[in-house]
Design a protein around this ligand. Structure first.
Ligand SMILES: [Zn+2]
Length: 393
């Protein structure tokens, strides 16, 4: 008699058919989002996902955690699935988990190799910078004092006597270490700027200086924010903070001098936008809002006077709740925004609307630039500049 799993047995072949069918019905998962039981959805106002097996919802959207949930892997920052999962379907989750972990390990290994490689290059670059800055060797004051007292220097000996030779050499070594650390820091900053293509003038930014001063205070247990938190939590906090700060500045003298509003529409990268800037006596023009009108336009709406007026009213409302502070609306000459200005004049009784002055001037020069002689002159200037600056790039 043959073994039960032997394919040569007719009886066993008949048994093997129902086992083979579900395997074919469940192809290997390459992403958990391909699974019909894992659905991306909105959870409490932010992007998340739902397990349709146990009915639990989670946020944020995190592939590894979602796989861990279905594969029932504990201690992965997510609750494991409480539903009974058929064995063949469960195997797919376990397989996906194995692949995901392997991929994560590989990425981690590559990242470690890159970091080690960078550290090595940074070491070489730092040494080079150190050597460059130490072409004339600097002798610490203790060493100078020692040499003077030993009669090896022409300078007169200062009061204080001869320091121990060990102290002099110790201080010399310490100075070298400090200079080397400074060189390493300089090269690390330079490499970060060069590799990330950050403009060089950013080095003068007060935020950059502040970041370095705080970096001195944190311990080894500090972990910098990751890509996800930079784009979500931290961005939201910064945005909210900035809006509140701007509002406070803008409204400080608003009761006395009133508020002016500038607004214009622009379509950037197929995204219809409307920007609004606020002005008050002593505060510079402040960006109050950049509204995305895609939803309104895709629903069949138009950027007509009524829509713009309603949008502006909603934006201005937190700054001027009783409609008594707004005195001036600047729009360009387009008929829709000028009409919107008339509606706003009715809603804000102390206000009036004007054509944006600088916009008219820009249009005037744009018309002049179309004259042939001026156009030729413009291109000659442009090419001269391009040729001149190309020598410095
Ligand atoms: Zn579940």
């Amino acid at each position: 008699m043959s073994a039960p799993n032997s394919p040569s047995s007719d009886d066993d072949a008949a048994i093997a058919v129902p086992v083979a069918e579900p395997v074919a019905a469940f192809p290997t998962l390459s992403k958990i989002w391909d699974d019909q039981y894992c659905e991306k959805c909105d959870v409490g106002g932010s992007a998340g996902w739902k397990c349709l097996r146990c009915g639990e919802s989670f946020k944020p959207v995190h592939h590894t955690r979602a796989v861990a949930h279905f594969a029932k892997i504990p201690a992965q920052g997510v609750q494991v699935c409480s539903a009974q999962i058929p064995e063949l379907e469960y195997k797919r989750y376990v397989d996906l988990w194995t692949v995901t972990r392997k991929r994560k390990t590989e990425i981690k290994m590559v990242s470690m190799t890159i970091t080690e490689d960078k550290e090595e290059r940074l070491e070489t670059a730092s040494k080079r910078l150190f050597d460059e800055s130490n072409k004339k060797p600097k002798i610490p004051s203790e060493m100078q004092q020692y040499l003077r007292s030993a009669g090896l220097s022409n300078s007169p000996t200062k009061r204080g006597g001869q320091p121990a030779i060990d102290t002099a050499f110790e201080n010399m070594v310490q100075t070298n270490i400090t200079h080397m650390n400074h060189a390493k820091m300089d090269m690390a900053v330079a490499s970060f700027f060069h590799e990330s293509n950050i403009p060089f003038n950013v080095v003068g930014s007060s935020s950059f200086k502040l970041m370095l001063s705080y970096a001195r205070l944190v311990g080894k247990d500090y972990k910098p924010p990751n890509r996800n938190s930079l784009g979500t939590t931290l961005l939201d906090i910064n945005h909210k903070n900035c809006i509140e700060h701007n509002q406070e500045n803008l409204c400080r003298e608003a009761d006395v001098f009133g508020l002016s509003w500038l607004s214009d529409g622009a379509t950037i990268g197929r995204m219809p936008l409307i920007n609004v800037l606020g002005l008050c006596a002593d505060s510079p023009p402040t960006c109050v809002a950049i509204e995305d009108c895609s939803g309104h336009m895709s629903a069949g709406g138009r950027k007509d006077a009524r829509y713009i007026a309603e949008l502006m009213e909603g934006i201005i409302e937190p700054y001027d709740p009783d409609k008594s502070r707004s005195t001036l609306f600047w729009f360009d000459g387009a008929s829709n925004v000028q009409k919107a200005g008339k509606i706003l004049e009715a809603k804000f009784p102390r206000s009036y609307t004007l054509h944006g002055g600088e916009h008219v001037v820009a249009l005037f020069f744009s018309d002049i630039a179309k004259i042939f002689e001026i156009k030729v002159r413009y291109y000659v200037c442009l090419m001269s500049y391009a040729s001149y600056y190309s020598h410095f790039v």
